[in-house]
Ligand binder design. Structure first.
Ligand code: GTP
Length: 976
């Protein structure tokens, strides 16, 4: 009952309200400034531009401003100090200290004035905890100004009588105030989020505080939690707008000397502070004639340079290299045959001599060309250019690094060896390892990377706006609606659109992203309804984040659910304003306080609790509060000033795409900048084409689509991936080229996917015990089928391998199943159902296996097989033959050879051998050599004699029995 009453009061009150934002605008002030003036005027206004005051309060503020102007009120010079210090401190202690230090005056009196109600509340809360508790959502703070007026007059009277010593006498008084809301588990969360927002203490105040704290040990954080006047708290206090601690801690990072950079730095790239700027080093290139002379070691190698990979012609180059090598060796052997009269040794000697004389003639300067071949002596004699700074392109090989650094390859190989890596000159090198080597060799190495195609393209497309001298215009905000399943997202969007999409959704569940535009009080708003946070994350991951604001829908009866928490994470990561729509407020079993508490525990601190998130009570079903929500969204949009240019080539993002039977590929997109027109050439992911037709969300044809307009585009070459950005281009050929390059790169990326999607065969074959989980997604025609399959599969319980059913559902395989499988490496079992076209295409693109079955036992057989394949195989010894040692021969440097006769079976060179002496197995050894007479033998059969030398065992004696065996791996079964 209390709750429904509250909803009514909220709506009733809102008509009389004057928004701080609007008043500030009217007065030509900043909202924050105005809030401060309000507080100076003795009002308690929450720190939000969306906060509101009554007309009477407005007059008070105007009066205050007038007095300020006329000079009757001393202006506040240090607003931060003025507001923050008193608010966060104990009412009795710090205030006095500030006043003393400042010599009293208007500042201190204002502070005292602001604290009076709080002191009163402290006492009141102590004496009447029940009263405090029933002030529900607003611990020590009022959301409705009317309520403030009602209660504050009495409170202020009391507060006059409540002298500071009285408060000091009851140190538990303040904690008790805090405990009123803590009964509804609000406190910890508030503390968690208010704390970082607290501005830095002025040093004097801190000193005083510490003095005070000796006599009045009141926990400071507790006060912060409940303080209604917590000042100057902005969104950035909660969400780091930079997305992390990019500024660093100021501590030097311990990492190998050197740096990596991209060849074509992006526009916003910051210069790394770690190293001084290096002059670009000339690329080291040994002259070609030298290589010819130095034989195969110095032959030009196929260095895995960026160029090679970029041009995607590695296979061609390798083939050409092989052909060249073959041709050269044929020529050389021809030469050798032709010069048979002279000895080969002589010609080599001649070659060496001529090389030496040439080198002499040239002098030592060019000796760095033969770094790899230079021995110690020649190195001492010839000055090699040992670089202290070098630049190398990644990916690289040992050779290319050696050349770049002017260091012999063997020095590099030695360093690698010390790190436990055995490499050859042509092996590829990881960037990290290259930096490590460079550091050990005292070279300041800079690693360059080929600029990524997409990065370069996006950079170019993003920058082209700079060429246009355009005027920015206001555009409608794009609002994404997120929330737990069934909390009413689609119903809310339906209500806003006054349509009914919910009823047309399969199973009432949103399957695809959809975008709509509505008008409210003459202003437009664009809404994006998502099937869940995953789709939103996907959209963001692909750089198609079009969202300006997020409406987080939370059902007031259900509260914060796991998916709500995930949505909060997504919303926070997006770094855009969040507005909570507390939905289903029409239901009787709602618990607003719990929802607000849960939200604050997850970092969403309602503005009525001193936070910066507006919580609007709505009922999507009845429409209550929807206007208020829209008004709040528009106000927030006005505050954020979403502007864009119109006279530039259009750009946007494709939210959804599908193949329409009549119209062909359709991209459901949102225009972000510019105006999209019929006939524009568009590049969108792997699709391109001219815009043939455009439709709005009601399927009405459009000829132009301005910024923030949701539009379905027809005319593309193929169905683009949802989440792709689209750009209007000048040249259709260029658009085609981009699309083709993307297609090629997409294919290569799928091929290069490591550890991603798996096939059931992979599981069959994985017998090394490296995979322990078999993740499955189960889709079937009926719940009964799912139940039956699950029942059968549960029988395959095993300690070593586990079956994980990640998701099960009735119906065909959809894209969401494929996305889930792709990200988790799961197999999709489709029992009596098929995959949707788009899911099928996505699965082949992502490499996800969809296995279709009609018979339940085929499902279980395959899964059993896969699970058995995952079991580590059993290793068994299979005896192959026995040999008796007749004589032993000790050979210096080689060891002892046992002369044996094979008694039965065969002895194979690859066998291992048990040495048996006096019916006791001494140990087992590998066979180092197996000979028949003097020749190496692969195997020796029964009745024959042979010589066996064991690996690591020379103490073999006459009469010993050598029992040969091989190791066989036997597949294990789940039943064992
Ligand atoms: N009583 C009441 N029921 C509501 C309200 N809003 C939505 N519902 C009901 O909640 C159910 C789920 O609503 P949807 O709009 O489909 O929820 P959704 O969050 O879009 O669900 P998904 O599309 O599956 O993510 C429907 O039966 C709605 O009628 C509301 O304000 N009050």
């Amino acid at each position: 009952m209390a709750n429904s009453g509250r909803v009514l009061k909220f709506h009733g009150g809102c008509r009389l309200k004057i928004r701080i934002f609007a008043l500030a605008k009217e007065l030509g002030l900043d909202s924050k400034e105005l809030i401060q003036h309000c507080n100076d005027a003795g009002l308690s206004v929450k720190n939000s531009a969306l906060a509101s005051i009554s007309p009477a309060e407005r007059d008070l503020v105007l009066d205050h401003l007038k007095r300020l102007k006329s000079g009757t009120v001393a202006p506040t010079t240090e607003p931060e100090v003025d507001i923050s210090a008193p608010v966060r401190e104990d009412a009795s202690g710090v205030t006095r200290q500030i006043r003393d230090l400042a010599g009293g005056g208007p500042l201190a009196s204002k502070v005292e004035q602001r604290r009076a109600p709080r002191k009163e509340k402290a006492v009141e809360a102590k004496e009447e905890p029940l009263v405090a508790e029933t002030q529900d959502a607003t611990p020590l703070e009022e959301s409705a100004p009317e309520e403030v007026v009602e209660t504050s007059s009495e409170q202020q009277e009391e507060s006059v009588e409540t002298t500071p010593p009285e408060v000091e006498e009851v140190p538990s008084g303040m904690p008790q105030v805090v405990e009123a809301p803590s009964e509804i588990e609000v406190e910890p969360a508030i503390a968690e989020h208010v704390e970082p927002a607290t501005p830095a203490e002025p040093p004097v105040a801190s000193a005083e505080e510490s003095d005070e704290s000796e006599s009045e040990p009141e926990p400071e954080p507790t006060e912060k939690q409940v303080d209604p006047g917590t000042p100057a708290m902005s969104r950035s206090d909660y969400i780091d707008p930079t997305g992390g601690s990019s500024t660093g801690s100021g501590m030097r990072e311990m990492r190998p000397q050197g740096s990596m950079r991209h060849r074509q730095p992006r526009k916003d790239k910051k210069k790394g502070p770690a190293l001084p700027a290096l002059a670009s080093t000339p690329n080291y290139k040994p002259p070609t004639p030298k290589k010819k002379e130095e034989g195969p070691v110095l032959k030009p190698d196929v260095a895995l340079t960026g160029d090679v990979l970029k041009k995607n012609k590695l296979a061609d180059i390798l083939k050409k290299n092989r052909d060249d090598t073959r041709k050269k060796s044929e020529e050389e052997s021809g030469d050798a045959r032709r010069g048979k009269s002279g000895s080969r040794g002589l010609s080599l000697e001649e070659a060496r001599k001529s090389r030496r004389s040439k080198r002499k003639r040239r002098g030592g300067d060019e000796d760095d060309h033969v770094i790899v071949k230079t021995n110690k002596r020649s190195r001492r004699n010839s000055p090699i250019e040992r670089k202290t700074e070098a630049v190398v392109m990644s990916p690289m090989t040992v050779r290319s690094l050696s050349e770049a650094m002017g260091r012999p390859a063997r020095d590099l190989i030695t360093v690698m060896f010390k790190h436990g890596e055995m490499v050859t000159i042509n092996d590829p090198l990881e960037d990290e390892m290259a930096l490590e080597i460079a550091m050990e060799l005292g070279v300041d190495l800079e690693i360059e990377h080929e600029a990524d195609f997409e990065d370069t393209l996006m950079d170019r497309l993003d920058r082209r706006d700079e060429d246009f001298d355009v005027e920015l215009v206001q555009r409608p905000p794009i609002i994404t609606v997120l929330g737990h399943v069934d909390h009413g997202k689609t119903t809310l969007v339906d209500r806003i659109r006054t349509t009914n999409v919910v009823d047309s959704e399969a199973g009432g569940i949103t399957q695809h992203i959809a975008a709509y535009q509505v008008a409210h009080n003459g202003s437009k708003l664009t809404f994006v309804d998502t099937p869940g946070h995953a789709a939103f994350g996907e959209m963001r991951a692909r750089g198609a984040n079009v969202t300006d604001m997020i409406v987080l829908v939370v059902a007031a009866n259900d509260g914060v659910m796991p998916q709500t928490v995930e949505c909060i994470s997504h919303a926070k990561a997006a770094g855009v304003p969040i507005i909570v729509a507390l939905n289903k407020c029409d239901l009787p079993d709602i618990n607003e306080q719990k929802v607000l508490t849960d939200l604050s525990q997850h970092g969403i601190l309602p503005s009525e609790w001193g936070g910066d998130v507006e919580v609007i009570r709505v009922s999507a079903l009845t429409g209550t509060g929807v206007d208020d929500l829209l008004e709040t969204l528009l106000l927030t949009a006005e505050l954020q000033e979403y502007k864009t240019a119109e006279d530039i080539p259009a750009e946007g993002a494709c939210l959804e795409s599908f193949m329409d039977e009549g119209r062909g590929p359709i991209a459901w997109s949102i225009v972000r900048r510019g105006v999209l027109k019929i006939g524009d050439i568009v590049s969108c992911g792997q699709a391109y084409g001219r815009v043939r037709a455009m439709y709005d969300d009601k399927d009405q044809e459009l000829t132009v689509a301005g910024p923030s307009t949701p539009v379905r585009i027809a005319g593309l070459s193929t169905v683009p991936n949802a989440g792709s950005r689209f750009f209007v281009m000048d040249d259709i050929d260029e658009a085609r080229e981009i699309a083709e390059t993307r297609e090629d790169r997409g294919r290569a990326a799928v091929l290069a996917t490591r550890g991603g999607p798996m096939s059931l065969e992979t599981f069959f074959a994985h017998r090394d015990g490296s995979i322990q989980d078999l993740p499955l997604i189960l889709k079937a025609d009926t719940p009964g089928s799912i139940e039956a399959i699950r029942h059968e599969l549960e029988k395959f319980e095993h300690d070593e391998v586990k079956l994980k059913i990640l998701h099960e559902g009735v119906g065909g395989v959809n894209e969401s199943d494929v996305y889930l499988a792709a990200s988790s490496g799961a197999i999709i079992i489709a029992f009596h159902v098929i995959a949707e076209d788009r899911a099928e295409a996505l699965a082949s693109q992502e490499g996800v296996q969809i296995r279709r079955y009609k018979i339940i036992y085929n499902v279980t057989d395959d899964i059993r097989q896969a699970m058995e394949g995952m079991l580590k195989p059993e290793r068994v010894e299979v005896q192959t033959g026995r040999a008796l040692v007749l004589r032993t021969f000790s050979i210096s440097r080689t060891g002892t050879v046992a002369g044996c006769r094979v008694l039965n079976g065969t002895i194979d060179r690859n066998n291992r051998v048990h040495v048996i002496r006096d019916q006791t197995i001494l140990n087992n050894y590998g066979i180092a050599s197996l000979k028949r007479e003097k020749d190496d033998a692969k195997e020796v059969r029964e009745g024959f004699e042979c010589g066996i030398r064991l690996d690591g065992f020379n103490d073999v004696k006459e009469g010993d029995l050598l029992e040969a065996y091989r190791i066989e791996e036997r597949k294990r079964s789940l039943d064992e």
